[in-house]
Design a protein around this ligand. Structure first.
Ligand SMILES: Cc1cc2nc3c(=O)[nH]c(=O)nc-3n(C[C@H](O)[C@H](O)[C@H](O)COP(=O)(O)OP(=O)(O)OC[C@H]3O[C@@H](n4cnc5c(N)ncnc54)[C@H](O)[C@@H]3O)c2cc1C
Length: 303
């Protein structure tokens, strides 16, 4: 990696590159070993140069939003983590109802900006702890709505290094998926279309949804939200509860007592604790219901 590091600091500003960066600091699970290299590009040109270098040198890379749907192995990731945190512009236009934001902007910030501009339609997403890029890639959703409903267009960097502006209709949006990850596009920024609304009602709705989350979800512990995909016709949390696994723990990881769909980092869990717990949950749910649970949370690196 030393030789590669030298090339990396030629492709990117040296101040934007770190080595052996603990991924526990960059994931909401608060677990995970070090990334060999961690880069925070400031614009599309620097991003494209880093990706081109990784591809040329055959070094694996991973695009990081807020790490809120990610579990990194305890032995870390022997490649380059590319953080989108510096794609951080966020501006709503009250007149057109369009809000343009960088891929690294948190959904909570976007909902605040929409509220400031008295624009409605984004309240449902304010409590999802991801970035706009991650949410577009995953078509994140909550309370009966999905990002895809308000997404107008997305600017992406393609594998060939070209920047494309894609309308939402071309993103093949489905339940927690889009064509962004399969095509290895990187979202640079996106435009969201909202409606004029009453600021006080918007704020009340945001507060109401935030208190519903606090009441139902174990937000006091690190996690990556709903750990398993929703199996067709079922709810993962209910199946886990029916398998008698509420509060079930392995090492420092636990099936939340508050919400069985969440695996939490209860007490200094390792990534291996989390994975071992998830495997046991899958096994016991299959035994009790015949339903195969699949991970919603993405795993990366060496466990
Ligand atoms: C407490 C809690 C509650 C949650 N509630 C919800 C919820 O209600 N609804 C919901 O849908 N999810 C929920 N989640 C899960 C998570 O917040 C979402 O999946 C979110 O969209 C992930 O965004 P992120 O920026 O953190 O992405 P990351 O976890 O960093 O990455 C997720 C995936 O997106 C890719 N990606 C990230 N940024 C980009 C980009 N710019 N371009 C291309 N690909 C990119 C990554 O490579 C990765 O494959 C919750 C999580 C937690 C911890």
């Amino acid at each position: 990696m030393t030789e590669f590091y030298e090339k990396l600091v030629n492709a990117a500003d040296k101040d934007h590159v770190k080595q052996n960066e603990s991924m526990g600091k960059h994931t909401t699970f608060r677990v995970g070993g070090p990334a060999a290299c961690f880069v925070t590009p400031s614009d599309g040109k620097e991003l494209a140069a880093v990706i081109a270098l990784c591809r040329r040198e055959k070094v694996p890379y991973f695009i990081l939003g807020n790490g809120s749907n990610l579990l990194v192995g305890d032995r870390g990731f022997d490649g380059v983590i590319i953080s989108m945190a510096d794609f951080s512009v966020c501006r709503a236009d009250e007149k057109t109802g369009l809000l343009r934001a960088g891929a690294g902007v948190l959904l909570s910030k976007i909902s605040q900006e929409a509220c400031r501009a008295s624009l409605t339609g984004f309240e449902f997403a304010g409590g999802i702890p991801g970035t706009l890029g991650g949410a577009a890639a995953m078509n994140a959703g909550a309370y009966g709505h999905e990002i895809g409903e308000v997404l107008h267009s997305v600017r992406v960097l393609t594998l060939s290094g070209e920047e494309l502006e894609l309308p939402a209709s071309r993103l093949e949006l489905g339940y927690r998926k889009s064509c962004i990850i399969p095509n290895e596009y990187v979202v640079l920024e996106a435009e969201i279309r909202l409606e004029p609304g009453d600021q006080e009602s918007i704020r009340n709705r945001m507060n109401d949804l935030a208190s519903r989350r606090r009441e139902k979800q174990p937000l006091e512990y690190p996690s990556a939200g709903s750990t398993f995909k929703r199996p067709e016709g079922y709810f993962a949390g209910k199946l886990i509860e029916e398998a008698g696994l509420r509060g079930f723990s392995l090492g420092g990881a636990q099936v939340s007592e508050k919400h069985c769909g969440f695996v939490i980092n209860k007490e200094q869990a390792t990534a291996s604790d989390v994975i071992a717990l998830c495997e046991e949950v899958k096994r016991r749910v299959f035994e009790s219901s015949g339903v195969k649970l699949e991970m919603e949370v993405k795993t990366l690196g060496m466990f």
